[in-house]
Design a binder for this molecule. Structure first.
Ligand SMILES: Cc1ncc(COP(=O)(O)O)c(C=O)c1O
Length: 691
C-alpha cells in the first residue's frame, strides 16, 4: 500500500455521485405505489459508470497498482470507456480503449475528444469469433506489451460492485430506509451486486428486480441478437452471484424504445436504452406491486448517445419495424426558434405551395398520449402573450337575418415568440343540427404563413377546441392549486368538455383517488360515468345528487355546463382550499364571483357576452375583483393565490391557444407524414392564368 492518499478532493471527479432521486408521478396512471427514479445519467460524463470508473481506479491507486505514469487499458464500447476517459483526462493518465466495429460513431468521437487512444478490434482474433472475447484478448496482449499498464476488468473486479454501495446508500438514506422494490439493469452486474450487498448489510428486505436484455445469458438462455447497448452480456460476468436478484425480467429492444419514449413524453426524462427497458419491466410488474410500496428505478444514462438509434425514427422503423414505437419522435419545429423558417421547414414539401388537410380522427391520433406537449404548448402560448407577441381581435359573430339561434364565430389570432403563426378558428353553432342527429357545434382551424399570408394547413377544429380548453384548465389547476392536496376531483356538468378536462387533470394530478360527478340531467351523468370507467382505473367514481355536494367535498371542481344564467351563488362554506375551474363562464352569480380570488385568461374577453364576470363587472361598476391573469402568474408577476376565498379560474378560451395546438398538430403531422396534401393550392400568378 502506498502512503499517499488518492489525490481527489476537487474538480470534475468530485461531482460524481449524489445524483438526484426524483418522484415519477406521470409515468404510470392509476398506480397505488410511490415510484422514484435515481438519475444516474446526471453523473458528469453522463452515466452511472462514472462511479465504477472512479472506484476501479481509486482502489487501484490506493493499492499502489497505478501511478500517474501508468497506462490504463480496458475493453468498453460505451459508458465505462467514457467514465475512464474522464478519469484519465483529469488525472493525466494514458488510456487505451479497446472497442469493436459495433461501437457507435458518437461514442468514438466522445472518447477521442477526451484524448483516448482507440484500439479497434475489427477482425475476430479470438478462435470462436466472439467479439467480446476478441476484445479481451486484445486487452491482455496490450497489457503484456505495455510496461506499467493496468486492466481494471469491470466484469470481475469487485471494486465495480463497491462503487454501487454508495449508489444504494444514497437511495436508501433519501427514502429513510423505505425501499420495497429496486429495478436495476444488468450487464457486468456491478450495480446489481453493489446494491444487493448494501441492502443485505443494512438488513433491508428490498426486492431487487434485475432487468436484462433478451439475447443476454446472465440469467440463462442462449445468446441472441441485441441492438441496444448497455444492459445484457454474452457471457455470465464473474461479478454475478446467484440470488443477488429477487426476480429478473428480460426486455426486448422494442421494450427499451417504448420505455424511453414513455419517459420522455410523460416525465420529460431523456434517457438511454436500459432506462427504457426498466420502465417496460416496471410496467409489466406494476399490477403485482402492493399498494403503498416504494419503488426505485436506477436510470443509468442519458439519451444523447442514442440519437442515431432509439431517437431516430428511421432507425426504429428499419430495425424494429414500421410503427414499432408507441409514438414516433416528433419534429417540433418550434424548438429551432427561428420563426417562419422553422415552421415552414416542418411542413411536407408538397404543402409549400399547397394545403395540408387534417381530419379530426387524424388529429386525435397525432395527439394521443401527448398530454405533456399539449399542456406545454398552452403554457408557451400564455407566456408568449405576456411578452406582447400576439394579436387577438375580438370579432363579431356572423348571424343570419331572422334567425337568432344559428351563428358562426370567427376567432382570428397571431402568436409570435417560438410559434410565429397566424390563423383563424371558425366555430359554427347550429342547435337545429341535434334534431337531425348531427353535432351542434363544428369548427375549422386554418393556419397561415406569417411570411406570405398564404393559408397552409386546414384542420378540423373541434378536437383542437376541446383539447386546448382541457389543457388550459389542467395547467391552471397545476399552477394555481400547486402544493395543495387533490384526493377528490369534482365535475359539475357531464359533457364532452368536462370529459377532456378530467382526462387532462388525471394526467397532471395522478394522485386523485375519488371523482364526484353532477349533472342536472341524470342520463348524462350515467353516460359520463360509463365513459370514464376506463379513464378512472382504480379510482372511485360517485354521483352527487346536488352540485353543492360537489363543492363541499372536492378540492378541484371543474364546471362545464350549458347554463345560460348563473346558478351557483355560494361556495358551500369552502375557503382557500377550493379551486374552481369555471370553464362554461356563466354558472356563478356576481355575488359568488365577488367572494372569490379571481384569475382569468384575458380580462377584456372574459368581461363580455354576459358571462358571470361581465355581470359582476356591470353590477359593481369595476373589474377590480379580477386579481390577475394566468399568464401573469406563469411569468411570476402575480402570486398563484391571494389566500382569500376559493380560487376561481375563468377562461374565455383564447384564439392563441388554438393556434398553439394547431402548430403542434401541424408539426406532428409533418413528422408523421399524416394528412392529405393538396398541391398547388396557392394563388396562380395572374400573368400565368389561362382566361
Ligand atoms: C446504460 C447502461 N445500463 C445498464 C448497465 C448495467 O450496469 P452493470 O454493468 O453495473 O450491470 C450498463 C453497463 O454498462 C449501462 O451502460
Amino acid at each position: 500500500m502506498r502512503d499517499t492518499a488518492f489525490p481527489l478532493y476537487s474538480g470534475i471527479l468530485s461531482t460524481i455521485g449524489n445524483t438526484p432521486l426524483v418522484p415519477l408521478k406521470r409515468l404510470f396512471s392509476g398506480i397505488s405505489f410511490e415510484l422514484y427514479a435515481k438519475l444516474e445519467m446526471l453523473n458528469p460524463s453522463g452515466s452511472s459508470k462514472d462511479r465504477t470508473a472512479l472506484s476501479l481506479l481509486r482502489e487501484a491507486w490506493d493499492a499502489g497498482r497505478i501511478t500517474a505514469a501508468s497506462t490504463i487499458v480496458e475493453s468498453s464500447s460505451g459508458n465505462l470507456g467514457i467514465g475512464i476517459a474522464q478519469f484519465c483526462a483529469y488525472m493525466g493518465l494514458r488510456f487505451i480503449c479497446v472497442v469493436d466495429s459495433r461501437t457507435t460513431p458518437v461514442n468514438l468521437k466522445i472518447l477521442e475528444a477526451y484524448g483516448v487512444e482507440i484500439s479497434l478490434v475489427d477482425v475476430c482474433d479470438a478462435p470462436n469469433g466472439d467479439l467480446l472475447r476478441a476484445r479481451i484478448a486484445r486487452v491482455q496482449r496490450l497489457c503484456r506489451e505495455i510496461p506499467d499498464s493496468f486492466w481494471p476488468n469491470q466484469y470481475a473486479n469487485t471494486a465495480n460492485a463497491r462503487a454501487h454501495h454508495t449508489t444504494m446508500r444514497e437511495i436508501y438514506e433519501s427514502l429513510h430506509g423505505q425501499v420495497d422494490y429496486l429495478f436495476v439493469a444488468t450487464s457486468t452486474c456491478g450495480t446489481l451486486r453493489g446494491c444487493a450487498e448494501f441492502l443485505r448489510n443494512a438488513g433491508a428486505s428490498t426486492k431487487i428486480i434485475a432487468v436484462d436484455a433478451e439475447g443476454s445469458v446472465i440469467f440463462g438462455g442462449h445468446p441472441g441478437r441485441r441492438l441496444i447497448p448497455g444492459h445484457g452480456a454474452s457471457r455470465v460476468p464473474e461479478l454475478y452471484q446467484p440470488g443477488l436478484e429477487s426476480a429478473h425480467v428480460k426486455v426486448s429492444d422494442l421494450d427499451c424504445v417504448t420505455g424511453c419514449y414513455q419517459l420522455l413524453h410523460r416525465e420529460a426524462i431523456f434517457a438511454g436504452g436500459s432506462s427504457g427497458g426498466i420502465v417496460s419491466a416496471a410496467a409489466r410488474l406494476k399490477d403485482e406491486i402492493p399498494a403503498g410500496s416504494t419503488c426505485v428505478m436506477i436510470l443509468c444514462d442519458r439519451g444523447e448517445r442514442y440519437l442515431d438509434t432509439i431517437y431516430s425514427r428511421q432507425w426504429v422503423q428499419e430495425s424494429l419495424g414500421q410503427g414499432a414505437v408507441e409514438r414516433p419522435p416528433a419534429i417540433i419545429s418550434r424548438a429551432s426558434g427561428n420563426g417562419v423558417a422553422a415552421h415552414e421547414s416542418a411542413l411536407p414539401s408538397k404543402s409549400k405551395t399547397g394545403m395540408l388537410m387534417l381530419r379530426g380522427e387524424e388529429i386525435i391520433q397525432l395527439l394521443e398520449h401527448r398530454e405533456h406537449e399539449i399542456i406545454q404548448s398552452i403554457r408557451d402560448a400564455y407566456i408568449t402573450r405576456e411578452s406582447g407577441g400576439y394579436s387577438l381581435p375580438n370579432c363579431e359573430y356572423l348571424r343570419f337575418p331572422g334567425n337568432t339561434v344559428d351563428r358562426i364565430i370567427p376567432k382570428p389570432a397571431y402568436l409570435g415568440g417560438p410559434f410565429q403563426a397566424a390563423g383563424i378558428k371558425w366555430v359554427a353553432s347550429f342547435p337545429g343540427n341535434l334534431q337531425v342527429r348531427l353535432e351542434r357545434a363544428s369548427a375549422t382551424l386554418i393556419l397561415n404563413s406569417v411570411k406570405t399570408g398564404f393559408a397552409e394547413v386546414m384542420m378540423e377544429g373541434s378536437v383542437i377546441s376541446s383539447y386546448r380548453t382541457a389543457a388550459s384548465a389542467a395547467l391552471a389547476a397545476d399552477v394555481l392549486h400547486a402544493g395543495k392536496s387533490t384526493s377528490t376531483l369534482g365535475l359539475i356538468g357531464c359533457g364532452p368538455i368536462n370529459f377532456q378536462v378530467l382526462r387532462f387533470l388525471l394526467y397532471t394530478r395522478p394522485e386523485v383517488r375519488d371523482i364526484l360527478l353532477y349533472d342536472s340531467d341524470p342520463c348524462r351523468t350515467s353516460q359520463f360515468e360509463a365513459c370514464c370507467r376506463s379513464l378512472c382505473d382504480g379510482r372511485t367514481v360517485t354521483r352527487a345528487t346536488r352540485g353543492q355536494h360537489v363543492l363541499e367535498q372536492a378540492s378541484i371542481v371543474s364546471i362545464a355546463t350549458n347554463a345560460v344564467t348563473p346558478h351557483i351563488d355560494n361556495f358551500a362554506g369552502r375557503g382557500n382550499d377550493l379551486t374552481l375551474l369555471h370553464i362554461s363562464l356563466r354558472d356563478l352569480t356576481p355575488q359568488a364571483i365577488g367572494q372569490a380570488d379571481n384569475i382569468v385568461d384575458d380580462i377584456d374577453h372574459v368581461c363580455s357576452n354576459d358571462t358571470s364576470l361581465d355581470l359582476a363587472a356591470r353590477s359593481l361598476g369595476h373589474r377590480h375583483f379580477i386579481r390577475a391573469t394566468l399568464g401573469e402568474v406563469l411569468v411570476g408577476k402575480q402570486l398563484p393565490r391571494s389566500g382569500v376565498g376559493p380560487l376561481v379560474f375563468s377562461p374565455f378560451g383564447l384564439g392563441i391557444l388554438d393556434i398553439a395546438i394547431g402548430c403542434l398538430v401541424r408539426d406532428l403531422a409533418a413528422a408523421a407524414h399524416a394528412g392529405t396534401a393538396i398541391e398547388d393550392f396557392q394563388p396562380v400568378p395572374w400573368a400565368q392564368r389561362t382566361y
